[in-house]
Design a protein around this ligand. Structure first.
Ligand SMILES: Cc1ncc(COP(=O)(O)O)c(C=O)c1O
Length: 489
Protein backbone atom coordinates (compact mmCIF):
# COMPACT_ATOMS: atom_id res chain seq x y z
CA UNK A 1 0.00 0.00 0.00
CA UNK A 2 1.10 3.57 -0.59
CA UNK A 3 1.91 4.87 2.89
CA UNK A 4 2.83 8.32 1.63
CA UNK A 5 -0.94 8.84 1.27
CA UNK A 6 -2.99 10.30 4.12
CA UNK A 7 -6.64 10.21 3.00
CA UNK A 8 -8.09 12.30 5.84
CA UNK A 9 -5.44 15.01 5.61
CA UNK A 10 -5.77 15.11 1.82
CA UNK A 11 -9.56 15.38 2.02
CA UNK A 12 -9.23 18.24 4.52
CA UNK A 13 -6.95 20.04 2.10
CA UNK A 14 -9.46 19.51 -0.69
CA UNK A 15 -12.32 20.74 1.55
CA UNK A 16 -10.54 24.04 1.94
CA UNK A 17 -9.34 24.44 -1.60
CA UNK A 18 -12.90 23.89 -2.89
CA UNK A 19 -14.04 26.73 -0.62
CA UNK A 20 -16.92 24.61 0.69
CA UNK A 21 -19.71 26.53 2.36
CA UNK A 22 -21.44 24.58 5.12
CA UNK A 23 -25.09 24.96 6.08
CA UNK A 24 -24.50 22.17 8.60
CA UNK A 25 -22.87 21.77 11.99
CA UNK A 26 -20.40 22.63 13.44
CA UNK A 27 -21.97 26.00 14.06
CA UNK A 28 -18.71 27.96 14.22
CA UNK A 29 -18.58 27.57 10.41
CA UNK A 30 -14.85 27.53 9.75
CA UNK A 31 -14.01 29.74 12.77
CA UNK A 32 -16.15 32.67 11.60
CA UNK A 33 -18.56 32.34 14.50
CA UNK A 34 -16.06 31.38 17.18
CA UNK A 35 -15.14 33.39 20.26
CA UNK A 36 -12.26 35.80 19.58
CA UNK A 37 -10.05 34.43 22.34
CA UNK A 38 -10.81 30.87 21.29
CA UNK A 39 -9.68 31.78 17.75
CA UNK A 40 -6.54 33.46 19.03
CA UNK A 41 -5.53 30.79 21.53
CA UNK A 42 -6.46 27.74 19.45
CA UNK A 43 -5.62 29.20 16.06
CA UNK A 44 -8.11 29.17 13.21
CA UNK A 45 -6.51 26.01 11.82
CA UNK A 46 -8.28 24.03 14.54
CA UNK A 47 -11.69 25.33 13.45
CA UNK A 48 -10.87 24.97 9.76
CA UNK A 49 -10.28 21.24 10.24
CA UNK A 50 -13.32 20.78 12.45
CA UNK A 51 -15.83 19.67 9.82
CA UNK A 52 -18.52 17.02 9.59
CA UNK A 53 -17.13 13.57 8.78
CA UNK A 54 -20.01 12.71 6.47
CA UNK A 55 -21.71 15.52 4.61
CA UNK A 56 -18.52 17.59 4.94
CA UNK A 57 -15.16 15.86 4.69
CA UNK A 58 -16.78 13.04 2.69
CA UNK A 59 -20.19 13.17 0.99
CA UNK A 60 -23.39 12.29 2.85
CA UNK A 61 -23.09 8.58 2.00
CA UNK A 62 -19.29 8.51 2.47
CA UNK A 63 -18.84 7.46 -1.14
CA UNK A 64 -15.26 8.75 -1.11
CA UNK A 65 -14.39 6.02 1.46
CA UNK A 66 -12.00 8.48 3.10
CA UNK A 67 -12.14 7.07 6.61
CA UNK A 68 -12.19 3.51 5.30
CA UNK A 69 -9.04 4.11 3.26
CA UNK A 70 -7.27 5.67 6.26
CA UNK A 71 -8.26 2.67 8.40
CA UNK A 72 -7.00 0.22 5.78
CA UNK A 73 -3.65 1.97 5.67
CA UNK A 74 -3.43 1.85 9.46
CA UNK A 75 -4.29 -1.87 9.46
CA UNK A 76 -1.57 -2.52 6.90
CA UNK A 77 0.97 -0.52 8.90
CA UNK A 78 0.41 -2.50 12.11
CA UNK A 79 -0.20 -5.98 10.62
CA UNK A 80 -3.92 -6.16 11.42
CA UNK A 81 -6.75 -7.45 9.22
CA UNK A 82 -9.05 -4.56 10.17
CA UNK A 83 -8.57 -1.28 11.99
CA UNK A 84 -11.30 0.93 13.46
CA UNK A 85 -10.72 4.58 14.34
CA UNK A 86 -12.58 6.05 17.31
CA UNK A 87 -12.68 9.53 18.75
CA UNK A 88 -13.73 8.61 22.29
CA UNK A 89 -10.39 7.30 23.51
CA UNK A 90 -9.45 3.74 24.34
CA UNK A 91 -12.14 4.02 27.00
CA UNK A 92 -14.57 3.34 24.16
CA UNK A 93 -12.36 0.95 22.21
CA UNK A 94 -11.78 -1.41 25.11
CA UNK A 95 -15.50 -1.57 25.91
CA UNK A 96 -16.34 -2.27 22.27
CA UNK A 97 -13.75 -5.07 22.25
CA UNK A 98 -15.01 -6.70 25.48
CA UNK A 99 -18.64 -6.48 24.47
CA UNK A 100 -17.82 -8.30 21.24
CA UNK A 101 -16.63 -11.27 23.26
CA UNK A 102 -18.87 -11.50 26.34
CA UNK A 103 -22.44 -10.50 27.08
CA UNK A 104 -24.62 -10.20 30.20
CA UNK A 105 -23.85 -12.85 32.84
CA UNK A 106 -21.14 -14.43 30.71
CA UNK A 107 -17.74 -15.01 32.24
CA UNK A 108 -14.67 -13.25 30.96
CA UNK A 109 -11.08 -13.39 32.27
CA UNK A 110 -9.57 -10.01 33.14
CA UNK A 111 -6.29 -9.05 34.80
CA UNK A 112 -7.19 -7.19 38.01
CA UNK A 113 -4.85 -4.36 36.98
CA UNK A 114 -7.32 -3.35 34.26
CA UNK A 115 -8.16 0.29 33.63
CA UNK A 116 -11.41 1.75 34.97
CA UNK A 117 -12.88 1.82 31.44
CA UNK A 118 -12.84 -1.99 31.47
CA UNK A 119 -14.76 -1.94 34.75
CA UNK A 120 -17.25 0.51 33.20
CA UNK A 121 -17.75 -2.04 30.42
CA UNK A 122 -18.53 -4.74 33.00
CA UNK A 123 -21.02 -2.48 34.75
CA UNK A 124 -22.79 -1.44 31.57
CA UNK A 125 -23.01 -4.92 30.13
CA UNK A 126 -23.39 -7.13 33.19
CA UNK A 127 -20.41 -9.34 32.36
CA UNK A 128 -19.32 -11.68 35.16
CA UNK A 129 -15.60 -10.97 35.63
CA UNK A 130 -13.14 -13.71 36.49
CA UNK A 131 -10.25 -11.74 37.95
CA UNK A 132 -6.72 -12.87 37.22
CA UNK A 133 -4.13 -11.69 39.74
CA UNK A 134 -1.34 -9.46 38.51
CA UNK A 135 2.19 -10.43 39.49
CA UNK A 136 2.86 -8.36 42.58
CA UNK A 137 6.31 -7.09 43.31
CA UNK A 138 5.83 -6.83 47.06
CA UNK A 139 9.24 -5.24 47.57
CA UNK A 140 8.38 -2.27 45.37
CA UNK A 141 4.60 -2.31 45.80
CA UNK A 142 4.17 -2.53 42.04
CA UNK A 143 1.92 -4.75 39.87
CA UNK A 144 3.04 -6.37 36.63
CA UNK A 145 0.70 -8.09 34.13
CA UNK A 146 -0.59 -11.50 35.27
CA UNK A 147 1.42 -14.57 34.32
CA UNK A 148 0.46 -16.97 31.55
CA UNK A 149 0.01 -19.65 34.19
CA UNK A 150 -2.49 -17.49 36.08
CA UNK A 151 -4.65 -17.24 32.94
CA UNK A 152 -4.29 -20.96 32.28
CA UNK A 153 -5.47 -21.76 35.82
CA UNK A 154 -8.35 -19.29 35.59
CA UNK A 155 -9.56 -20.98 32.38
CA UNK A 156 -9.35 -24.36 34.10
CA UNK A 157 -11.44 -23.08 37.01
CA UNK A 158 -13.91 -21.29 34.71
CA UNK A 159 -14.24 -23.40 31.56
CA UNK A 160 -17.28 -21.39 30.39
CA UNK A 161 -15.30 -18.13 30.16
CA UNK A 162 -15.67 -16.53 26.72
CA UNK A 163 -12.15 -15.13 26.39
CA UNK A 164 -9.51 -13.05 28.15
CA UNK A 165 -8.29 -9.49 28.45
CA UNK A 166 -4.83 -8.41 29.51
CA UNK A 167 -3.38 -4.92 29.96
CA UNK A 168 0.06 -4.72 28.37
CA UNK A 169 2.16 -2.68 28.67
CA UNK A 170 1.06 -1.26 32.01
CA UNK A 171 1.34 2.51 32.49
CA UNK A 172 4.70 1.73 34.16
CA UNK A 173 5.88 0.11 30.91
CA UNK A 174 5.93 -3.56 31.91
CA UNK A 175 4.58 -6.05 29.39
CA UNK A 176 3.00 -9.53 29.41
CA UNK A 177 4.08 -12.58 27.45
CA UNK A 178 1.43 -11.99 24.79
CA UNK A 179 2.40 -14.81 22.43
CA UNK A 180 2.08 -17.40 25.19
CA UNK A 181 -1.20 -15.85 26.39
CA UNK A 182 -2.61 -15.96 22.86
CA UNK A 183 -1.67 -19.66 22.72
CA UNK A 184 -3.50 -20.34 26.00
CA UNK A 185 -6.65 -18.70 24.61
CA UNK A 186 -6.43 -20.20 21.13
CA UNK A 187 -5.92 -23.71 22.50
CA UNK A 188 -9.53 -23.30 23.72
CA UNK A 189 -10.73 -21.57 20.55
CA UNK A 190 -11.18 -18.32 22.51
CA UNK A 191 -10.05 -14.78 21.74
CA UNK A 192 -7.43 -12.68 23.52
CA UNK A 193 -8.02 -8.93 23.81
CA UNK A 194 -5.01 -6.80 24.66
CA UNK A 195 -5.52 -3.38 26.21
CA UNK A 196 -2.42 -1.90 24.62
CA UNK A 197 -3.46 1.69 25.31
CA UNK A 198 0.19 2.44 26.18
CA UNK A 199 1.60 0.68 23.13
CA UNK A 200 0.92 2.86 20.05
CA UNK A 201 4.63 2.87 19.18
CA UNK A 202 5.27 -0.86 19.64
CA UNK A 203 4.67 -1.96 16.02
CA UNK A 204 7.35 0.35 14.75
CA UNK A 205 10.54 -0.79 16.50
CA UNK A 206 11.89 -4.31 17.14
CA UNK A 207 13.60 -3.37 20.43
CA UNK A 208 10.26 -2.56 22.09
CA UNK A 209 8.04 -5.19 23.77
CA UNK A 210 6.10 -7.43 21.37
CA UNK A 211 3.18 -5.83 19.56
CA UNK A 212 -0.13 -7.64 20.16
CA UNK A 213 -0.99 -8.16 16.48
CA UNK A 214 2.42 -9.76 15.86
CA UNK A 215 2.09 -11.87 19.00
CA UNK A 216 -1.18 -13.44 17.78
CA UNK A 217 -3.78 -11.49 19.80
CA UNK A 218 -7.26 -11.21 18.28
CA UNK A 219 -8.04 -7.60 19.17
CA UNK A 220 -5.84 -4.88 20.54
CA UNK A 221 -6.77 -1.41 21.66
CA UNK A 222 -4.37 1.50 21.42
CA UNK A 223 -4.50 5.15 22.44
CA UNK A 224 -2.63 7.01 19.74
CA UNK A 225 -2.54 10.08 21.98
CA UNK A 226 -0.63 8.38 24.79
CA UNK A 227 2.69 7.17 23.38
CA UNK A 228 1.96 8.37 19.85
CA UNK A 229 1.41 11.80 18.38
CA UNK A 230 -2.34 11.67 17.80
CA UNK A 231 -4.61 14.22 19.43
CA UNK A 232 -6.20 13.48 22.83
CA UNK A 233 -9.04 10.91 22.52
CA UNK A 234 -7.60 9.46 19.30
CA UNK A 235 -7.80 5.70 19.67
CA UNK A 236 -7.83 2.68 17.38
CA UNK A 237 -8.65 -0.96 17.76
CA UNK A 238 -7.26 -3.63 15.53
CA UNK A 239 -8.61 -7.06 14.68
CA UNK A 240 -6.91 -10.18 13.37
CA UNK A 241 -8.13 -13.70 12.64
CA UNK A 242 -11.69 -15.00 12.63
CA UNK A 243 -12.58 -15.47 16.29
CA UNK A 244 -14.35 -12.09 16.41
CA UNK A 245 -16.68 -10.92 13.66
CA UNK A 246 -15.70 -7.44 12.40
CA UNK A 247 -19.39 -6.54 12.00
CA UNK A 248 -20.00 -7.34 15.68
CA UNK A 249 -17.06 -5.17 16.69
CA UNK A 250 -18.35 -2.29 14.52
CA UNK A 251 -21.82 -2.66 16.00
CA UNK A 252 -20.51 -2.56 19.61
CA UNK A 253 -18.47 0.55 18.85
CA UNK A 254 -21.54 2.13 17.24
CA UNK A 255 -23.51 1.41 20.41
CA UNK A 256 -21.07 3.38 22.54
CA UNK A 257 -19.71 6.04 20.20
CA UNK A 258 -20.65 9.53 19.17
CA UNK A 259 -22.57 10.39 16.00
CA UNK A 260 -20.36 13.48 15.68
CA UNK A 261 -16.81 12.13 15.44
CA UNK A 262 -14.04 14.70 15.40
CA UNK A 263 -12.32 14.89 12.03
CA UNK A 264 -9.46 16.65 13.79
CA UNK A 265 -8.88 13.46 15.75
CA UNK A 266 -9.16 11.29 12.63
CA UNK A 267 -6.58 13.55 10.96
CA UNK A 268 -4.21 13.05 13.92
CA UNK A 269 -4.53 9.25 13.59
CA UNK A 270 -3.93 9.40 9.84
CA UNK A 271 -0.83 11.57 10.21
CA UNK A 272 0.60 9.36 12.95
CA UNK A 273 0.29 6.23 10.81
CA UNK A 274 2.09 7.86 7.88
CA UNK A 275 4.81 9.31 10.12
CA UNK A 276 5.47 5.99 11.82
CA UNK A 277 5.26 3.85 8.69
CA UNK A 278 7.73 6.12 6.89
CA UNK A 279 10.01 7.27 9.73
CA UNK A 280 9.04 5.30 12.84
CA UNK A 281 12.15 3.19 13.07
CA UNK A 282 14.60 6.11 13.02
CA UNK A 283 12.41 8.27 15.30
CA UNK A 284 12.08 5.50 17.86
CA UNK A 285 15.77 4.60 17.58
CA UNK A 286 16.56 8.14 18.66
CA UNK A 287 13.90 8.08 21.40
CA UNK A 288 15.28 4.82 22.80
CA UNK A 289 18.85 6.18 22.85
CA UNK A 290 17.59 9.26 24.63
CA UNK A 291 15.66 7.17 27.15
CA UNK A 292 18.70 5.00 27.96
CA UNK A 293 20.85 8.13 28.41
CA UNK A 294 18.17 9.73 30.59
CA UNK A 295 17.86 6.58 32.69
CA UNK A 296 21.62 6.47 33.32
CA UNK A 297 21.76 10.17 34.18
CA UNK A 298 18.78 10.03 36.57
CA UNK A 299 20.22 6.98 38.30
CA UNK A 300 23.35 9.03 39.09
CA UNK A 301 21.31 11.68 40.95
CA UNK A 302 21.66 10.87 44.67
CA UNK A 303 18.34 9.93 46.25
CA UNK A 304 16.71 8.84 42.97
CA UNK A 305 16.52 5.33 41.61
CA UNK A 306 15.35 4.27 38.15
CA UNK A 307 13.73 0.84 37.81
CA UNK A 308 15.55 -1.05 35.07
CA UNK A 309 14.86 -4.16 33.04
CA UNK A 310 16.74 -6.40 35.47
CA UNK A 311 14.46 -5.36 38.36
CA UNK A 312 11.15 -5.43 36.54
CA UNK A 313 11.42 -8.45 34.26
CA UNK A 314 12.13 -12.14 34.77
CA UNK A 315 10.49 -14.93 36.71
CA UNK A 316 7.49 -13.70 38.75
CA UNK A 317 7.71 -10.29 37.11
CA UNK A 318 7.04 -8.87 33.65
CA UNK A 319 8.02 -10.44 30.32
CA UNK A 320 9.49 -7.21 28.92
CA UNK A 321 9.94 -3.50 29.64
CA UNK A 322 9.29 -0.48 27.46
CA UNK A 323 12.13 1.90 28.43
CA UNK A 324 10.30 5.07 27.38
CA UNK A 325 8.22 5.49 30.54
CA UNK A 326 10.92 6.09 33.19
CA UNK A 327 9.83 5.01 36.65
CA UNK A 328 11.80 6.88 39.30
CA UNK A 329 11.72 5.78 42.93
CA UNK A 330 11.95 8.80 45.25
CA UNK A 331 11.66 6.95 48.54
CA UNK A 332 15.24 7.73 49.56
CA UNK A 333 14.40 11.44 49.51
CA UNK A 334 12.14 10.70 52.48
CA UNK A 335 9.06 11.87 50.63
CA UNK A 336 6.29 10.73 48.27
CA UNK A 337 5.93 10.85 44.50
CA UNK A 338 2.93 13.16 45.03
CA UNK A 339 5.10 15.81 46.68
CA UNK A 340 7.87 15.54 44.11
CA UNK A 341 5.38 15.83 41.24
CA UNK A 342 3.67 18.88 42.80
CA UNK A 343 7.04 20.54 43.45
CA UNK A 344 8.23 19.96 39.87
CA UNK A 345 5.01 21.45 38.50
CA UNK A 346 4.96 24.48 40.80
CA UNK A 347 8.66 25.30 40.78
CA UNK A 348 9.98 24.03 37.44
CA UNK A 349 6.84 23.93 35.25
CA UNK A 350 7.52 20.24 34.63
CA UNK A 351 4.65 17.77 34.59
CA UNK A 352 5.34 14.10 35.16
CA UNK A 353 2.80 11.47 34.23
CA UNK A 354 2.22 9.27 37.29
CA UNK A 355 2.87 10.07 40.92
CA UNK A 356 2.31 7.50 43.63
CA UNK A 357 3.31 6.89 47.23
CA UNK A 358 6.99 6.39 46.32
CA UNK A 359 7.48 7.06 42.61
CA UNK A 360 7.06 9.38 39.70
CA UNK A 361 6.94 8.31 36.06
CA UNK A 362 8.42 10.58 33.40
CA UNK A 363 7.19 9.55 29.98
CA UNK A 364 9.45 10.08 26.97
CA UNK A 365 8.32 9.70 23.37
CA UNK A 366 9.82 10.26 19.92
CA UNK A 367 8.92 13.94 20.43
CA UNK A 368 11.56 14.38 23.14
CA UNK A 369 15.03 15.72 22.50
CA UNK A 370 18.32 16.31 24.29
CA UNK A 371 16.90 19.71 25.34
CA UNK A 372 13.71 18.33 26.93
CA UNK A 373 15.67 15.61 28.72
CA UNK A 374 18.15 18.22 29.97
CA UNK A 375 15.22 20.21 31.42
CA UNK A 376 13.94 17.07 33.13
CA UNK A 377 17.38 16.32 34.58
CA UNK A 378 17.77 19.92 35.80
CA UNK A 379 14.37 19.76 37.45
CA UNK A 380 15.17 16.45 39.12
CA UNK A 381 18.53 17.74 40.42
CA UNK A 382 16.75 20.81 41.73
CA UNK A 383 14.06 18.84 43.52
CA UNK A 384 16.75 16.72 45.16
CA UNK A 385 18.57 19.90 46.26
CA UNK A 386 15.29 21.01 47.89
CA UNK A 387 14.54 17.66 49.49
CA UNK A 388 14.21 19.34 52.91
CA UNK A 389 11.07 21.13 51.70
CA UNK A 390 9.46 17.81 50.85
CA UNK A 391 10.07 15.94 54.09
CA UNK A 392 7.44 14.81 56.61
CA UNK A 393 5.10 13.70 53.87
CA UNK A 394 2.20 11.69 55.28
CA UNK A 395 2.82 7.96 54.90
CA UNK A 396 0.54 5.81 52.81
CA UNK A 397 -0.43 2.48 54.38
CA UNK A 398 0.08 0.25 51.32
CA UNK A 399 -1.69 -3.10 51.89
CA UNK A 400 -0.05 -6.46 51.53
CA UNK A 401 -0.71 -7.93 48.07
CA UNK A 402 -3.20 -10.48 49.43
CA UNK A 403 -5.22 -7.72 51.13
CA UNK A 404 -5.45 -5.71 47.93
CA UNK A 405 -7.36 -8.53 46.25
CA UNK A 406 -10.90 -7.99 47.42
CA UNK A 407 -13.63 -10.60 47.23
CA UNK A 408 -16.02 -10.02 44.30
CA UNK A 409 -19.20 -10.57 46.29
CA UNK A 410 -21.71 -9.35 43.66
CA UNK A 411 -21.79 -8.68 39.92
CA UNK A 412 -20.39 -5.18 39.31
CA UNK A 413 -23.60 -4.20 37.49
CA UNK A 414 -25.91 -5.36 40.30
CA UNK A 415 -23.87 -3.56 42.97
CA UNK A 416 -23.71 -0.36 40.94
CA UNK A 417 -27.37 -0.13 39.91
CA UNK A 418 -28.98 -1.53 43.08
CA UNK A 419 -29.96 0.40 46.23
CA UNK A 420 -26.94 2.17 47.71
CA UNK A 421 -26.01 4.16 50.77
CA UNK A 422 -23.16 6.44 51.72
CA UNK A 423 -21.22 5.26 54.80
CA UNK A 424 -18.16 6.68 56.59
CA UNK A 425 -14.99 5.15 55.11
CA UNK A 426 -13.91 3.81 58.50
CA UNK A 427 -17.19 1.89 58.77
CA UNK A 428 -16.96 0.50 55.22
CA UNK A 429 -14.89 -2.68 55.90
CA UNK A 430 -17.16 -5.67 55.39
CA UNK A 431 -19.54 -3.72 53.13
CA UNK A 432 -19.88 -4.21 49.36
CA UNK A 433 -18.73 -1.25 47.28
CA UNK A 434 -21.24 0.31 44.89
CA UNK A 435 -18.78 2.65 43.15
CA UNK A 436 -15.24 2.65 41.82
CA UNK A 437 -12.47 4.26 43.84
CA UNK A 438 -9.63 4.84 41.42
CA UNK A 439 -6.30 6.57 42.03
CA UNK A 440 -5.71 8.64 38.90
CA UNK A 441 -3.45 8.44 37.03
CA UNK A 442 -3.01 5.63 36.15
CA UNK A 443 -6.72 4.77 36.58
CA UNK A 444 -6.70 1.24 38.00
CA UNK A 445 -9.59 0.94 40.48
CA UNK A 446 -8.50 -0.01 43.99
CA UNK A 447 -12.12 -0.83 44.75
CA UNK A 448 -14.84 -1.61 42.24
CA UNK A 449 -18.57 -2.23 42.48
CA UNK A 450 -19.42 -5.60 43.96
CA UNK A 451 -16.13 -5.98 45.85
CA UNK A 452 -16.19 -6.34 49.63
CA UNK A 453 -14.07 -3.61 51.18
CA UNK A 454 -11.58 -4.67 53.84
CA UNK A 455 -9.77 -2.77 56.59
CA UNK A 456 -6.34 -2.49 54.87
CA UNK A 457 -7.88 -1.14 51.65
CA UNK A 458 -10.04 1.41 53.52
CA UNK A 459 -6.91 2.52 55.37
CA UNK A 460 -4.95 2.68 52.10
CA UNK A 461 -7.55 5.01 50.58
CA UNK A 462 -7.75 7.16 53.73
CA UNK A 463 -3.99 7.56 54.06
CA UNK A 464 -3.60 7.89 50.29
CA UNK A 465 -5.97 10.86 50.10
CA UNK A 466 -4.19 12.47 53.07
CA UNK A 467 -0.86 12.05 51.27
CA UNK A 468 -2.04 13.57 47.98
CA UNK A 469 -3.57 10.69 46.04
CA UNK A 470 -6.18 11.82 43.50
CA UNK A 471 -9.39 9.74 43.47
CA UNK A 472 -11.77 11.62 41.18
CA UNK A 473 -14.45 9.00 40.53
CA UNK A 474 -16.04 8.57 43.97
CA UNK A 475 -19.23 10.43 44.88
CA UNK A 476 -17.52 12.00 47.92
CA UNK A 477 -14.07 12.99 46.64
CA UNK A 478 -12.84 13.70 50.18
CA UNK A 479 -13.49 9.98 50.77
CA UNK A 480 -14.73 10.65 54.26
CA UNK A 481 -17.63 8.50 53.04
CA UNK A 482 -17.94 5.85 50.38
CA UNK A 483 -20.92 4.47 48.44
CA UNK A 484 -21.83 0.90 49.30
CA UNK A 485 -24.67 -1.51 48.57
CA UNK A 486 -27.54 -0.77 50.97
CA UNK A 487 -27.71 -3.21 53.90
CA UNK A 488 -31.20 -4.56 53.13
CA UNK A 489 -30.09 -5.33 49.55
C1 LIG B 1 -4.59 0.67 30.31
C2 LIG B 1 -5.54 1.72 29.83
N1 LIG B 1 -6.59 1.36 29.08
C3 LIG B 1 -7.46 2.27 28.61
C4 LIG B 1 -7.33 3.61 28.91
C5 LIG B 1 -8.33 4.58 28.39
O1 LIG B 1 -7.73 5.32 27.37
P1 LIG B 1 -8.25 6.76 26.91
O2 LIG B 1 -7.71 7.74 27.89
O3 LIG B 1 -7.67 6.87 25.55
O4 LIG B 1 -9.73 6.72 26.89
C6 LIG B 1 -6.25 4.02 29.71
C7 LIG B 1 -6.09 5.44 30.05
O5 LIG B 1 -5.25 5.86 30.80
C8 LIG B 1 -5.34 3.05 30.19
O6 LIG B 1 -4.31 3.39 30.99
Amino acid sequence: MDHTAAPVLEALDAYRSHGRLAFTPPGHKQARGADEQARRVLGDAVFHSDVLASGGLDDRRTRGHILERAEELMADAVHADHTFFTTCGSSLSVKAAMLSVAGPHEQFLIGRDAHKSVVSGLILCGIDPVWVDPQWDAERGLAHPPSVQAYEEAFERHPRARGALVTSPTPYGTAADLAALADVCHARGLPLIVDEAWGAHLPFHPDLPAWAMDAGADVCVTSIHKMGSGLEQGSVFHLRGDLIDPATLTSRADLLGTTSPSVLIYAGLDGWRRQMRLHGHELLDAALDLAYDARRAIEKIPGLHVYGTEELTGHGRAAALDPLPITIDVRDLGTTGYRVADWLRARRSLDVHIADHRRIVAQLTHADSAATVAALLDGLRDVVAHRDELRDAPTVAVPEPADLRLEQAMLPRDAYFGPVEQVPLDRSPGRIAAEMATPYPPGIPTVLPGERINEPVAEYLRTGIAAGMNIPDVADTSLRTIRVVAEEA
